[in-house]
Design a protein around this ligand. Structure first.
Ligand code: SF4
Length: 388
């Protein structure tokens, strides 16, 4: 375990970064995300870092001090104490890389000293040791979830970092106890023809017992990532790019079948990250997926009940009132609110929509990007026969 911190970038170097990389607080679907350390040597070909203009940053660097970063986070207009789900270092580095972990713990301990009880998601494929577990367990207030990314992809050109490291970390973190933090087997990205053979699915189903819950999800195949695949002669997983994750219907059916063969007391499987995280802490889903009830057919009964009890559609005026504190939402119009979701238009980005979604624990959809029945907010690839 290294206690070293990563080097601090000079101000001129920070100013020269792409604009999105300089925005260290950003709302993503699973939470308000803090990213003041950026750069990663693990080299996954499908890394989201491509889309931030940061692919060449293969050594972690800090853009500011941890104190300054936490201050930016908790004073952000999207931050609500004890409520907003948070994520630390989920976009441009791995939180358990040597050096980066010191920043991770500095952030977690600062939030905890403030007495904040917000959920905090920490996604890693790195090396977690027993001292990390002790340090995580010493946090008294924040609700930490460790999500261990595992794909089972063997092609070293796509994923040079060995999957076995995340598996060992997950086993250790889950068997450590008693513990306050929770663990998730984060099975992704699933790509047809790459890591979805019967053997891959059976292996993942077997590994799932080493976590409190499992989530499966597909690949974000964006233009920048497709360009990288092409430039490096990597086998292209899809012929087109999308703004959503891709999980074809037949793949989902095969995953559900593989997991159905596990013992009846095995930890549950979820389609959505926030569902798994919420379940693991005994809380209703903070993204309000319960409204999209076809998502819930694989959810344990006690969890369904938790979500049912808090499921309440906000009124149009409640949505407008909540949006009124956000200058960027001045042009928002609520088109309709049903039991499933609110539909809005006129938002400049996804960030204020996530704010509203978490504020009400209710799905808020953008009319410009309609959600299709049964596709669960995923890309259309592989769902051609579903009803619109
Ligand atoms: S009941 Fe539905 S919304 Fe709630 S956690 Fe389960 S799957 Fe998610």
């Amino acid at each position: 375990m290294s206690s070293a911190f990563v080097p601090l970038l000079p101000k001129e170097a920070v100013a020269a970064l792409p604009q999105r990389a300089r925005e260290v607080v950003e709302y993503r679907k699973s939470g308000l995300s803090l990213n003041h350390v950026q750069g990663c040597p693990l080299g996954c070909a499908y890394c989201i870092r491509h889309t931030y203009g940061l692919w060449d940053a293969d050594r972690p660097r800090a853009l500011m001090s941890d104190d300054e970063a936490v201050e930016q986070l908790v004073s952000h207009r999207y931050f609500r104490p004890h409520d907003t789900p948070l994520q630390v270092f989920n976009r441009a580095t791995d939180p358990f890389l040597p050096g980066v972990r010191s920043h991770l713990f500095a952030v977690l301990e600062d939030l905890d000293r403030r007495g904040l009880t917000n959920p905090v998601l920490v996604i890693t494929r790195g090396h977690v040791d027993v001292r990390d577990c002790e340090q995580l367990n010493a946090l008294k207030h924040v609700k930490v979830t460790l999500l261990f990314t595992y794909s089972g992809i063997d092609d070293k050109r796509i994923e040079p970092h060995p999957s076995g490291i995340a598996v060992r970390s997950m086993r250790l973190a889950t068997t450590y106890g008693p513990r306050r933090y929770r663990t998730i087997f984060y099975w992704r990205p699933l790509v047809p023809g790459v890591n979805d053979t019967a053997a891959h699915l059976a292996r993942a189903a077997g590994l799932s017992k080493w976590a409190d819950a499992t989530v499966f999800t597909g690949l974000f195949y964006r233009d920048e990532i497709a360009d990288y695949y092409r430039a490096n002669g990597l086998p292209e997983p899809y012929q087109e790019t999308t703004r959503r994750k891709i999980v074809p219907e037949t793949l989902e059916e095969r995953i559900l079948a593989a997991f159905a063969r596990r013992p009846s007391n095995a930890p549950p499987l979820f389609r959505k990250t926030s569902c798994a995280v919420s379940y693991a802490h005994g809380l209703p889903d903070y993204n309000g997926h319960y409204g999209i009830n076809e998502l819930c057919d694989i959810c344990p009964a006690a969890q369904l009940d938790r979500c049912a009890q808090v499921h309440r559609a906000p009124t149009v005026s409640q949505l407008q009132e909540a949006a009124a504190v956000l200058p960027e939402a001045a042009g928002m119009r609520v088109i309709k609110v049903t039991e499933r979701a609110a539909q809005v238009e006129g938002l400049p980005s996804e960030q204020p929509r996530y704010y509203l979604q978490h504020r009400f624990g209710f799905q808020v959809h953008d009319a410009a990007h309609p959600h299709r029945q049964r596709r669960h907010g995923r890309a259309e690839i592989g769902w051609e026969n579903a009803n619109g």
